[in-house]
Design a protein around this ligand. Structure first.
Ligand code: KIV
Length: 264
């Protein structure tokens, strides 16, 4: 199987084929996900919560993401690898370029950063320098202190409109993928329809171009709280490989996420 490319993901959107993504942090799980045909693996800064036991993603460093990116890249030969730029590692364009380069050298194929309009210059600069970028809007966990908790975003009309404008501006700046987290189904559907690039949802309903879950949530093994939008695929199957296959199957046939995993 050839390595999944960004043009392949764009074609999947055009052909209404759903994209399945999951977080990965180590070589063994990455090998399982890769073999199962999961298109995208994210070395998410969620590792601060599910691996390190913090109550937010804020303590995660570039070194942490670099370390786990190397582990995932050692076995994920087909899936596209995205690495998160952690909190305050992209506060200025220069800092962004340097830290993104570190993650690309560790094996990432793309970097992800959280935020809207203020990132336009950094996104343009990264793309000009050969680094593909994934945006992340909605409930951006690095801003949990600004939001006052892990809350659904875009419920008010002006908030929703701002998200649509941010998504369009990021697309114009050069992002080739967008993660949309914890927003109402109708808003996610609108953004997915109005953008040309694939939109990957988490807690954003089934009308996005694909889905992503934190692997610990998909297996029901997170130490802390398991979000409403997630589903335990392991309990239904009793086997990790079958759980991954079921997740992919349900994303592809549109049965996950259902209404019980969505916000309206
Ligand atoms: O850090 C992460 O795992 C993420 C996903 C929840 C999208 O950003």
């Amino acid at each position: 199987m050839p390595k999944i490319s960004l043009s392949r993901l764009a074609k999947m959107k055009q052909e209404n084929e759903k994209i399945t993504c999951i977080t990965a942090y180590d070589a063994s799980f990455a090998a399982i996900f890769d073999k199962a045909g999961i298109q995208v693996l994210l070395i998410g800064d969620s590792l601060g919560m599910v691996l390190q036991g913090h109550d937010s993603t804020l303590p995660v460093s570039v070194k942490d993401i670099e370390y786990h990116t190397k582990s995932v890249a050692s076995t994920a030969k087909n899936s596209l690898i995205i690495s998160d730029l952690p909190f305050m590692s992209y506060a200025t364009p220069e800092q962004t370029y340097e830290n993104a380069a570190t993650l690309m050298r560790a094996g990432a194929n793309m970097v992800k950063l959280e935020g809207g309009k203020w990132l336009a210059q950094s996104v343009e600069g990264l793309v000009e320098r050969g680094i593909p970028v994934c945006g992340h809007l909605g409930l951006t966990p690095q801003s949990v202190n600004v939001f006052g908790g892990y809350k659904v975003q875009g419920r008010e009309e002006d908030q929703a409109e701002k998200l649509v404008q941010d998504a369009k501006l990021l697309e114009k700046s050069g992002i080739q993928l967008l993660v949309l987290e914890c927003v109402p189904v109708q808003l996610a559907a609108r953004i997915s329809k109005e953008l040309h690039i694939p939109v990957i949802g988490i807690g954003a309903g089934s009308d996005t171009d694909g889905q992503i879950l934190v692997m610990h949530d998909a297996f029901g093994i997170s130490a802390g709280f398991c979000p409403k939008f997630s589903k335990n695929f392991l309990i239904e199957t009793g086997d990790i490989r079958r759980a991954v296959a079921l997740y992919k199957e349900q994303v592809e046939n549109g049965s996950f996420p259902s209404a019980e995993h969505s916000f309206y």
